[in-house]
Design a protein around this ligand. Structure first.
Ligand SMILES: C[S@@+](CC[C@H](N)C(=O)[O-])C[C@H]1O[C@@H](n2cnc3c(N)ncnc32)[C@H](O)[C@@H]1O
Length: 357
């Protein structure tokens, strides 16, 4: 049989950030990985799970960038194959059209510049698949317009072949195959790389809830030099930025920005409902940081979004990171924990989304 299909739901594609590869053994144990079938580029792993029902309960989940049931695998060499796009699109239609995905999203396994050939191939395959799926696609065809709670067909291609499955963007970990979103920061206006983290967090949080309305007032803790502040201001938000250190010169005097150069602990508790969102990227002790977030969340409107960077530099093992994370969640009461993710632009840290009230 030319198409090696017939993968069961025991087969999954998971993506582990490079920074966590030293913990791969712990992750696989917690996830109940029975067998590593194949290592693919960019931290993607084809694994077989003992009990996929437990995947979404696992402490390991927050270390994964992407998790997709692998329902169709076609190990082949697309570059050498005549008519790959046509064959692949017909097979996808045959296998998945009757399940009416809301979108067909195709991406290269290797999204780096080296994977350029496959990015072009992915775009051609997506174009052809969209024509073939036209009769079943409901609503949003654009990648970023997917409903986070409806099933999409995600397809990965690379020199190793084609790998596809259906999941909601929320369950899989994003709107793009592999969970990758390339963030274009605005050239000379870049204040710090942390800005990309903020953009990615605002993108990914929509898997769980809407972003705050334009004009909302953010309280930002640990804001200097101001990469995130810049991104918030560019989106039409007001910001009160607190940091002991100075903000970048380009931000000073911005009409929607109030700068408080001080220790966060000295910032007085705000009046109720004063802010509509809170961002904390303070470095140092994450438990001290979450205590400040909880104290200052008294000034948040009910339902406000809180984005918290969990800094894990001091934790050298998988168990230590999990223990710190769980303690931060425990101490975050009365905030409501929505999700913990490891962003492409996170290093030895994770991003936690909470809601106030
Ligand atoms: C990773 S940097 C923040 C980067 C920033 N989010 C950006 O986008 O450019 C962490 C910041 O937290 C600040 N910080 C840490 N603890 C603090 C505290 N207790 N009070 C005030 N600032 C603090 C540091 O001064 C530092 O500027």
């Amino acid at each position: 049989m030319e198409h090696a299909v017939a993968q069961t739901h025991q087969d999954w594609l998971i993506r582990v950030a490079e920074i966590f590869t030293p913990f791969e053994e712990d992750l696989f144990r917690d996830l109940g990985v029975r067998r590593l079938v194949k290592s693919l580029p960019n931290g993607m792993r084809w694994v077989q799970l003992e009990n996929p029902a437990l995947l979404h309960e696992s402490a390991a989940l927050k270390f994964l960038r992407w998790k997709l049931p692998l329902e169709h695998a076609w190990p082949c060499q697309p570059q050498r194959m005549h008519g790959f796009v046509e064959k692949a699109a017909s097979t996808l239609r045959e296998k998945f059209a009757q399940r009416s995905p809301q979108a067909v999203v195709v991406g290269a396994l290797d999204p780096s510049p080296a994977g350029r050939y496959y990015r072009t191939l992915a775009s051609n395959l997506r174009g052809r698949a969209l024509q073939m799926f036209e009769h079943v696609l409901q609503g949003a065809h654009a990648t970023e317009q997917q409903d986070p709670e409806r099933m999409s067909l995600f397809v990965h291609i690379g020199s190793e072949g084609l790998f596809a499955g259906m999941a909601t963007p929320r369950a899989a970990g994003g709107y793009f195959p592999g969970g990758t979103k390339f963030i274009q920061q605005a050239g000379d206006a870049v204040v710090s790389r942390a800005g990309a983290k903020c953009v990615e967090a605002l993108h990914l949080v929509t898997c769980f809830r809407p972003v705050p309305n334009a004009g909302s007032h953010w309280l930002e803790l640990g804001a200097s030099p101001g990469g995130m502040t810049r991104e918030l201001l560019d989106r039409g938000y007001q910001v009160t930025a607190i940091d002991r250190a100075e903000m970048h010169a380009s931000l000073i005097g911005h009409p929607a920005l109030v700068i408080r150069r001080m220790a966060v602990a000295d910032f007085p508790k705000p009046a109720a409902n004063f802010y509509q969102a809170l961002l904390c990227d303070m470095n140092g002790d994450s438990l001290a940081a979450i205590r400040q977030v909880v104290r200052l969340s008294a000034g948040l409107q009910q339902g406000s979004l809180v984005i918290f960077t969990l800094k894990t530099h001091g934790q050298s093992s998988y168990a230590e990171i999990n223990a710190l994370h769980d303690e931060v969640i425990r101490q975050s009461h009365p905030l409501r924990h929505l999700s913990t993710v490891h962003l492409n632009y996170n290093r030895m840290e994770m991003t936690i989304f909470f809601e106030a009230g």
